[in-house]
Structure formats: structure tokens, C-alpha cells
Write a protein that binds this ligand. Structure first.
Ligand code: PPE
Length: 291
């Protein structure tokens, strides 16, 4: 455990220069059985998947990192918090392809409120289709949660906010809906839910959880490409992510979606998801990692 002020790295930390870092974002919730990290094992598995894609060898096991995340939460005495494990190349050699720097792993925790604002979470957010295209999987790797990927997200996220919207919706290189700058995206029309396939978007753990919840509710979920105008005429839309949780979407490109407020499918997903996070739904109790 390293105190906040001493958790420093050298200015020549390789990953700071070239973006070759992999990270995770998880939330710990206080529920009926005490505090627990939501789907900790799946998140850390994805951390290792991201590292594998970058050919970065992590010097710990998945079990060690999961346990360390619980330790960080406990030592900080947080009931609820956001957790950020990150693996990166330390200082030593410079140059893009330097391979001899030590792989370092850190885990930070802090309290984090509603990602897209409290109003956004209750009333729905307003999105703008981004002029920045989600990168093709032969340029960057959307399946890897690497720091470098977030330059694309930040460009899109800034643009949307500069223009008075809450968040960006990025299209893929073929012009189909991909995801938000830090969220997966879903629409519902005539009772069927559609989300983009795992092609130009991150394999979100919240996305996976919501698909499971919808299936358990008897709602059909299709993972298929769709264009932005299908979003305009959708009955409902929502975004998912660890930070954003399940955030309703009320507008895209100044077109109201459905009735312009969280619809019945979205509200049901939020209700079941919130129960699952806090250990109040036995079907999803194995999603919780007790701290
Ligand atoms: N897509 C992107 C691009 C993304 O960054 C996230 C998470 C998701 C989808 C949803 O994934 P998941 O959290 O596994 O359901 N974005 C993280 C970073 C947010 C930040 O600003 O930092 C998050 O939500 O923790």
C-alpha cells in the first residue's frame, strides 16, 4: 500500500509517452452482504486479455490482482468506490518498441458519482453522432482496454460536450453505430433490444450483464450492426458502462428518442441491475466479489 502522495512514477515512464498501458474500471458497491466488487474476476480477466493483445506479460496472477483490488478497497475503508487497476511499462529504455522496461501494476480507488451527471442518469442524456470514427480493429484494438484507445474517445467526448451535448456516439468505419466514448450502446424497438456486435466496441462487462438480465426477463437481444437513423426511430435507447452504469438516452442528433424519457425496458434493466449490484437478486449473486 502506497499513500496517495507517494504513488508516483518517473517522467520517462514508457507508457506515459506511447500509450502502451492496459487498465480496468470496476465499481465496489455496499449491499446486503457488505461491500463487494461487481464482476471483479471478469474485469481482471479482461485486463489480462488486453495485456495479451499488447504482448505485455503481467508479473502477477489474475487471482493476486483480484485480491489486491479488494485489499485496496478495504485499506481505504471505502464502502463504495471505483477501482482502477492499470498495468504499464516503467522507465528505463525509450523508443516506441523498447521491450526491456519493467511491467508495473498499480491499483487505485476513489469515490466516483454519476458519470454522465445525476440528471442524465434519471432523465436520460443527449447524444451527438461524432465526427470522429471509432477506429478499425486493424489499426487499434477495440477489444483491448488500452490507454491509447482513449485518445479517440477523448476527441469524440470533447467535441460532443463543446457542442452542448452530454456524450458522443461514435460510428465505426462502415458507418454503423459502435459505442459511446466510454459506454456501450443499446436501442429497443417493438420490444426487441439491439446492440452492436463485438467488432468496433469494447466487450463491456456491463453490456454482458445487461444482455443476461434482458434474456432473463424474456426480452430478445440482437447483436447486429445498425445505422444511426434506426436510433432516431427507436422506442428507447441506453448506454452501459462501469462508470455510466445504465444511463438512459433521450436524444440523438436533436431527435427525440421514443417519448424522450426513460422507457419501460430501460427502467426495468436499471431496476434489476441495481438489485444485482447490491446482492439483492439471488440470480446474480455470483457476480459479486466480497471485499
Ligand atoms: N466502451 C468503452 C470505450 C469504455 O471505455 C467502457 C468503459 C465501456 C464500453 C463499458 O465497459 P464496462 O465498464 O466493462 O461495462 N469505460 C470505463 C472508463 C471510463 C472513464 O472515463 O475512465 C468505465 O466505465 O469504467
Amino acid at each position: 500500500m502506497v499513500p496517495y502522495d507517494q504513488a508516483n512514477v518517473h517522467i520517462l515512464t514508457h507508457s506515459l509517452h506511447y500509450g502502451l498501458a492496459v487498465f480496468e474500471g470496476m465499481r465496489c458497491y455496499k449491499g446486503d452482504g457488505g461491500s463487494a466488487i461487481f464482476r471483479a474476476k471478469e474485469h481482471i480477466r479482461r485486463l489480462f486479455d488486453s495485456a495479451h493483445i499488447l504482448q505485455m506479460a503481467l508479473p502477477f496472477s489474475q487471482e493476486e490482482i483480484v485480491k489486491a483490488c479488494a485489499d485496496v478497497t478495504r485499506v481505504n475503508q471505502f464502502d463504495e468506490c471505483y477501482l482502477r487497476p492499470i498495468a504499464f511499462y516503467g522507465d528505463g529504455e525509450m523508443g516506441v518498441v523498447a521491450r526491456n522496461n519493467q511491467v508495473r501494476v498499480a491499483i487505485a480507488a476513489w469515490p466516483w458519482g454519476a458519470y454522465l451527471g445525476a440528471d442524465g442518469q434519471s432523465q436520460g442524456v443527449r447524444l451527438k453522432t461524432s465526427s470522429f470514427v471509432r477506429f478499425h480493429h486493424n489499426s487499434m484494438m477495440p477489444m483491448a482496454k488500452t490507454s491509447a484507445n482513449y485518445v479517440n474517445s477523448a476527441l469524440a467526448g470533447y467535441e460532443a460536450r463543446n457542442n452542448g451535448y452530454d456524450e458522443a456516439l461514435l460510428l465505426d468505419v462502415h458507418g454503423y453505430v459502435a459505442e459511446g466514448s466510454g459506454e456501450n450502446f443499446f436501442i429497443a424497438r417493438d420490444g426487441v433490444v439491439i446492440t452492436p456486435p463485438l467488432m468496433s466496441c469494447l466487450a463491456g462487462i456491463t453490456r454482458d450483464s445487461v444482455i443476461r438480465i434482458l434474456n432473463d426477463q424474456g426480452v430478445t437481444v440482437k447483436e447486429q450492426p445498425f445505422p444511426r437513423d434506426l436510433v432516431y426511430i427507436a422506442d428507447e435507447a441506453f448506454m452501459t458502462g462501469t462508470a455510466a452504469e445504465v444511463t438512459p438516452v433521450r436524444e440523438l442528433d436533436d431527435r427525440r428518442i421514443g417519448e424522450g424519457k426513460p422507457g419501460p425496458i430501460t427502467r426495468k434493466v436499471i431496476e434489476v441491475f441495481n438489485a444485482a449490484l447490491r446482492g439483492r437478486d439471488p440470480r446474480y449473486r455470483n457476480w459479486l466479489y466480497q471485499v
